[in-house]
Write a protein that binds this ligand. Structure first.
Ligand code: MIC
Length: 650
């Protein structure tokens, strides 16, 4: 039987393991990307490996998160990143040049190549048919060192697309439809591969939208075929030579199947405070809106901005709504200017911001108390906007533009009574801008890396002890995101290169005294429900608690990237064999894990916990590589041990 496209790309990049679902495989990584909020730590980790230069085809460091310069910290980090890039051979994308996802697709994306990014929305590069996966910074640092990326060989969900999107409905509604059907953990362990006749009606940036936000379904990544749209996009980017056609083999099979008739999709919206809380826009129409944000991580392409510009052209946005545009890249903005969009937006009262993540990660643009914010971004987890008790809805640029005009949530199809739907065509040739991409020198060995006081060394992590005794410092519920474990936002993000300082914010949204609880516990545990750690790839959500002495996390189930990050930093991720045992593990419960080290060394997968005279069964399925990392106290220790004496062999 033929292979689907996911299997073809993975087979092409396989360096370890076998293509058997569930088995761990190692794949060769062609490109890596870092952004500044994850990149400082990742570069410190890369540095700890002691290599002179990255060993990938292409590694890029973007500066898109920590853009506000309210004191020395972000500027310190940017200088560190720029000098480290010159030293180790990464391209440096300067602040203001744009969001990693958008710029990478524009300037570097290659169909069929693998991309590992320290940002969970990396799968946006599905827009140019990359196999693009989000991971913790340490995994990306190891890929930069030329090591494979390890993942369980995924099951593939084939989504057959038919039909064509109606007027006023766009790519965001397609991914919202998948989220409506499957929720935030419906695609855990799956790669979502789109195929079928409907694919050809979606442009490269439409596919980027679907891939980027596909992360919110829990999927490992999203894959699209490479076709004439892909070629047209790459040619318009002046990179037609990078194109090659790619598709599943004839008659390829999928592990699971779904189908979407694009013609039947209607405008959808994710309500507060989960991307999985999706309803038709008409069901919430009429709710007053205070803020509209278009752009950032997703829906920040030329088409997305131009459709808003066309809708508001010649009108004034509602005076009680603050309307912002965050372009995906400087190049996008330049093209919007050339095609007249910027003037329409400005004259309508829209605020044009620099290209970057901004409000998407709470870096500015926080809504006021009790205010409703409509955003085209991929996430609306509680408090992520920077405002406690926030009311953030996620929708398409069309729905956002309609609310910007009317001041209330509005089904954009209602605008059709007064105007024709503006179908935006991508330019045949974009105005290109590579001026903010700093290419590293051939030999960077003499470059001095500049470390301001905000750059603290990577903390030392000890190996797993023979036995663990811990106290439950906090028990939380289902679907806890990494935004809740360790917030983003303007106050916390600038501390990403300073683990002692950032650790003071762990669980600060839920309890004010988490660090003190850990201190009095000596060794601490955290207990979670289903899908613990969903959302961002930030490895700080594993490392900062570890720094506070959290050595064990026990949950009903874990999100993919967070589980990998826990193992990377030597935190034991135990899954409850019987989910009802969750009730026994309240705050303050004392736990003993007898002979933990011996059991893991022996490959035992059932780990008993002694709790108040009873035994709770937990599960710890590990690959040999994960086992080594956990025993060593983290992947960096394990790799260092492996490298000792054989650095050249890497
Ligand atoms: C996000 O959308 O949560 C982020 C900000 O892009 C993160 C990365 C981070 O926490 O820095 C992500 O998704 O990985």
């Amino acid at each position: 039987m033929g292979r689907n496209l996911t299997q073809r790309i993975l087979a092409d990049h396989l360096v370890e393991g076998e293509l058997v679902p569930g088995q761990e495989i190692g794949i060769r990584i062609d490109h890596t990307l870092l952004q500044d909020a994850t990149g400082t730590l990742a570069l410190l980790e890369f540095e700890a490996l002691g290599l002179p230069r990255v060993r990938t085809e292409r590694s890029v460091q973007y500066v898109d998160h920590n853009l506000l310069q309210t004191d020395h910290k972000n500027a310190d980090d940017h200088r560190f990143l720029q000098t480290a890039c010159a030293r180790y051979g990464l391209v440096f994308s300067r602040p203001g040049n744009g969001v990693s996802h958008q710029v990478h697709m524009e300037r570097f994306g290659v169909p069929g190549a693998t991309l590992l990014g320290a940002d969970s929305h990396t799968p946006g590069a599905a827009g140019v048919s990359m196999f693009a996966v989000g991971a913790g910074g340490l995994d990306v640092a190891l890929a930069m060192a030329g090591r494979p990326y390890f993942l369980p060989f995924p099951r593939v969900l084939g989504v057959r697309l038919t039909g064509r999107l109606p007027d006023w409905v766009s790519a965001k509604d397609v991914i919202l439809e998948l989220l409506r059907r499957r929720g935030v953990k419906g695609c855990l362990g799956l790669v979502v591969e789109y195929h079928g006749p409907g694919v050809e009606s979606l442009s490269a940036t439409d596919r980027e939208t679907i891939g980027n936000m596909g992360t919110e379904t829990g999927a490992t990544t999203t894959v699209f075929p490479s076709d004439d749209h892909t070629r047209a996009y790459l040619e318009a980017q002046g990179r037609g030579g990078a194109w090659r056609p790619l598709a599943a083999d004839q008659g390829a099979a999928y592990d699971e199947e779904d189908a979407i008739d694009l013609a039947r999709i209607e405008p959808l919206i994710a309500c507060p405070s989960s991307p999985g809380n999706v309803v038709p826009v008409r069901e919430v129409a009429g709710i007053h809106v205070d803020q509209v944000l278009v752009g950032s991580s997703v829906n920040s392409s030329f088409r997305d901005l131009m459709v808003v510009a066309a809708i508001v052209a010649g009108r004034t946005t509602n005076p009680r709504v603050s309307v912002h545009i965050n372009p995906g890249s400087r190049q996008v903005m330049e093209n919007v200017m050339v095609h007249g969009g910027a003037l329409n937006l400005l004259r309508a009262g829209v605020i044009l911001n620099e290209a970057g993540c901004l409000g998407c990660i709470g870096m500015g643009q926080a809504p006021g108390t009790g205010q409703v914010s409509l955003r085209t971004m991929p996430r609306n987890f509680p408090g992520r906007s920077g405002t406690v008790g926030d009311q953030v809805f996620l929708c398409s640029p069309e729905t956002a533009a309609a609310a910007a005009l009317t001041g209330v949530i509005t089904d954009p199809r209602d605008l059709g009574r007064e105007m024709e739907y503006p179908r935006i065509r991508d330019p045949e040739h974009y105005l290109l801008d590579e001026g903010s991409l700093v290419v590293p020198p051939e030999d960077g060995s003499a470059v001095e890396i500049v470390r301001g006081p905000n750059i603290q060394p990577f903390p030392a992590l000890d190996a797993l002890p023979a036995e663990l005794e811990a106290t439950v410092a906090l028990r939380v519920g289902d679907n806890i995101s990494t935004d809740t474990i360790l917030p983003g936002g303007n106050r916390v993000l600038p501390l990403r290169s300073n683990i002692p300082a950032i650790s003071q914010f762990v669980f600060s949204q839920l309890v004010p005294d988490f660090p003190e609880r850990c201190q009095s516990a000596g060794t601490a545990a955290v207990v979670g429900g289903e899908n613990y750690g969903q959302g961002s790839s930030r490895e700080h959500a594993a490392l900062a608690p570890r720094f506070l002495a959290v050595r064990v996390k026990i949950a009903k189930s874990f999100a993919r990237i967070h589980r990998a990050n826990l193992l990377n930093f030597g935190v034991v991720p135990l899954t409850l064999a019987d989910p009802t045992d969750y009730e026994r593990l309240a705050d303050g419960t004392r736990l003993v894990l007898p002979e933990l080290r011996r059991r893991i060394e022996a490959g035992e997968e059932v780990i008993p916990l002694e709790v108040a005279g009873a035994t709770v069964r937990t599960l710890l399925p590990l690959s040999p590589r994960e086992r080594r990392s956990l025993l060593a106290g983290g992947a960096l220790n394990a790799v260092r041990e492996e490298l000792t004496g054989r650095l050249e062999g890497l």
